[in-house]
Design a protein around this ligand. Sequence first.
Ligand SMILES: Cc1cc2nc3c(=O)[nH]c(=O)nc-3n(C[C@H](O)[C@H](O)[C@H](O)COP(=O)(O)OP(=O)(O)OC[C@H]3O[C@@H](n4cnc5c(N)ncnc54)[C@H](O)[C@@H]3O)c2cc1C
Length: 410
Amino acid sequence: MNTMDFKMTIPVRDSYDIIVCGGGIAGCAAALEGARHGKKVMLLEKSTVLGGLATMGLINYFVPMCNGRGIPICKGMAEEFLRLSIKYGYDTLHPVWKESNVDAPADIGRRYDTAYSPYIFAMQLTELLRDAGVKLLFDCIASYPVMDGGRCTGIVTDSKSGLEFYGARQVIDATGDCDIVQRAGIPTVDGRNFYSYFARQISIESCKRAVESGQAHRAVMTISGGSANLYGGGQPENIPLYWGTSVENVSDYLIRNQIDMLEKLKKDDRLFREVTTLPMMPQFRTTRRIDGDITVHEEDKYRHFDDSVCAICDFDRRDYLYEVPLRSLTRRGFDNIITAGRSASADGYAWDVFRVIPPAILTGQAAAAAASHAIDEGCAVADCDIRKLQSVLESENVMIHFDDALIPRG
Ligand SMILES: Cc1cc2nc3c(=O)[nH]c(=O)nc-3n(C[C@H](O)[C@H](O)[C@H](O)COP(=O)(O)OP(=O)(O)OC[C@H]3O[C@@H](n4cnc5c(N)ncnc54)[C@H](O)[C@@H]3O)c2cc1C
């Protein structure tokens, strides 16, 4: 590939304790946590709404947060966000968990999960972060980390104001794609995605159903382009897997899917239905993750880590429990950059367990608690006093270690 040098003098704007890059669900949790720790926080979001895949990506479902036998595992800010997400919109939460988060009977049969209204939740996230004092910049790309050896001095942003520099003491990469981590020179690993894409529509029939049930959300249905599932079922043979970290690859995925969806729509009665929303970001599950100080594997289920920052549960398989070590969010040698959300260092099936909404929130919370601690102690984020960090998170109702009594015998 040909290359060229490109030099520019750009304005230096304000400086922050913590800059969070990406306002998905993990970035929102991180920004809120940093602000609650009294830090001056800025959140950079390249789109025009908060929540990422969990809102504009149309993934409006908190996967199960319990062990499948009535015991809540994903707690802390994951619970707080779940409750927030259903405050002004619909929910599908089991009545036992409606009022409180107490342990449910082991034979409850339903898990601790809920669907929610993505757009109402998105606006609530904006309100939450504004009220917490977080500086929010929308339509603003976190473009480049400026590095001084292993230390990031701040972030170059690209927006309607042009390129600008903001100073930072700690940087949290919550872009979901490790954009900042990778550009800082931290090793990363690419993911793969099956061919799937879905949007929302209403029809005369679904509106009738909504009227009959008295539930407006029942008018909204899903329509798909590609419809391969999480495990690759339904993947067309002639379509490649997508990795989602080059502009051509992302564009090819969007063009193919939108054309496939349009072809389906052409066959319908044009007045019988209306497409209400396309996803406003690519619905990729795994694009790029940090190659962290430790990588968690499926076999690490039931493993306790000394530096665990939260316990999480498997959304698909009852009883499967994991712990998230701080080292899966950091890389030694890079003092003040930490990642959160779907780009934590886990591989194979463990990556699938780590990347979903409740763990993404918890890693956002943990990353910002660690960044705040590192600022207070004047240490690298990977060198946090782990006991202090764990007790802070515990005081915020995060489960750090799961109880061994929850591991099935035999
Ligand atoms: C098809 C599909 C189905 C899923 N189903 C479920 C489900 O049912 N339940 C569940 O819990 N999880 C599900 N997930 C997973 C879950 O939605 C995501 O893993 C989770 O929401 C990721 O959150 P995040 O904040 O880490 O990343 P993202 O949601 O990707 O957020 C990243 C944010 O950063 C912004 N951004 C990116 N780059 C930059 C940049 N350079 N500068 C500024 N901003 C930037 C983006 O605009 C976005 O807002 C599903 C995912 C997919 C794709």
